[in-house]
Write a protein that binds this ligand. Structure first.
Ligand SMILES: [Mn+2]
Length: 319
């Protein structure tokens, strides 16, 4: 399997590094390509130094404007990649992911695999698998064109990102529309000028976990999307992603991140460059033993403090 990811800005350098480290550690070293642009050369050089076997391909797409315009641009990269890569199945993956197992076996009975969930935004394109062929190229060209049409039309773009619609992004809306997606339906057939493409929807809960959940060997890919950015970059949690629920996935992330930093120092990467790979580390991360147990203890102590504070006011029963 050939893994393909992308980087369009410096701000995601650390996420890209963690994603690559997870593929190298858990899946494979060969056959990883990073399409990149608008990213500092020293960031790419540092990554190349760590993993000389990864291909970094510089692109020059017109990627400007807000993130709801930028992110769907990945469809252009994907279409370019699939046109170039013929001899291997492909895994297109967002760089805000951690890969624990290779999802290759999923492609046995289909041409394209995407992930979905029974939530407001149903399809998530952070993980997409493809068997390259003339028909899948034709399908990706159609998908890209539909995505670009949505991105260029302000009214359609608003529909794509509106929280009352089931899409969440222009490329997801495009796929929704091309397939006539319904959440009950898992197998799709799409007609191209070159023939039929068979697509299967597999559950996000296993292959593209976008929520904050306890770690499990059944989860092959974790996707640190949405509110995770504020948590990983600034330590800012939200009511949807509270610290206690996020902690197991955050430890997983920080452990990989620390490994990347250690490798960079071992390769004598300049400190000014290393500073560009920043991820927020909470103070309780560095407790040496039984990190999770300590965190639970810390949480209990905090809630005990709140209880003793509220006790004189007779609020304890509420807690
Ligand atoms: Mn993502």
């Amino acid at each position: 399997m050939h893994f393909i990811t992308a980087s369009y800005s410096n701000s995601y350098a650390s996420m890209l590094a963690v994603c690559l480290q997870s593929i190298v550690d858990n899946v494979q070293k060969n056959n990883i390509t990073v399409y990149w642009q608008d990213t500092d050369d020293d960031i790419i050089c540092a990554l190349q130094q760590l993993w000389p076997y990864i291909s970094f391909v510089k692109t020059a797409y017109d990627i400007s404007g807000s993130s709801c315009k930028k992110i769907p641009m990945k469809m252009q990269l994907w279409t370019e990649a699939i046109e170039k890569a013929w001899n291997d199945s492909l895994c297109f993956i967002d760089n805000d992911t951690v890969i624990c197992q290779t999802p290759e076996s999923l492609l046995r009975d289909s041409d394209v695999i995407f992930t979905d969930k029974d939530e407001q935004f149903q399809i998530n394109t952070g993980v997409v698998l493809v068997n390259p062929s003339k028909t899948t190229i034709a399908f990706f060209q159609d998908w890209m064109q539909e995505t670009m049409r949505i991105v260029r039309d302000e009214r359609l773009l608003q529909q794509a990102v509106s929280p009352i619609n089931p899409y969440g992004a222009a490329d997801q809306m495009a796929l929704h529309r091309l397939l006539g997606y319904k959440k009950e339906k898992k197998i799709y057939s799409y007609h191209t000028t070159c023939g039929e493409v068979r697509l299967i929807a597999v559950p996000c809960s296993q292959y593209n976990q976008t929520n904050s959940v306890p770690l499990s060997p059944d989860i092959w890919i974790y996707h640190y999307k949405g509110g995770w950015r504020d948590i990983l970059f600034y330590g800012r949690h939200s009511p949807y992603r509270p610290a206690c629920e996020c902690w197991p996935m955050q430890i997983l992330y920080l452990n990989i991140y620390r490994k990347v930093l250690r490798a960079m120092r071992a390769h004598n990467v300049a400190e000014d460059t290393i500073k560009k790979f920043c991820i927020y580390t909470p103070h309780y991360y560095d407790m040496r033993h039984g990190k999770l147990r300590r965190f639970k203890l810390w949480k209990r102590l905090c809630s005990d403090k709140i209880k003793s504070f509220l006790a004189p006011m007779n609020f304890t029963t509420v807690l």
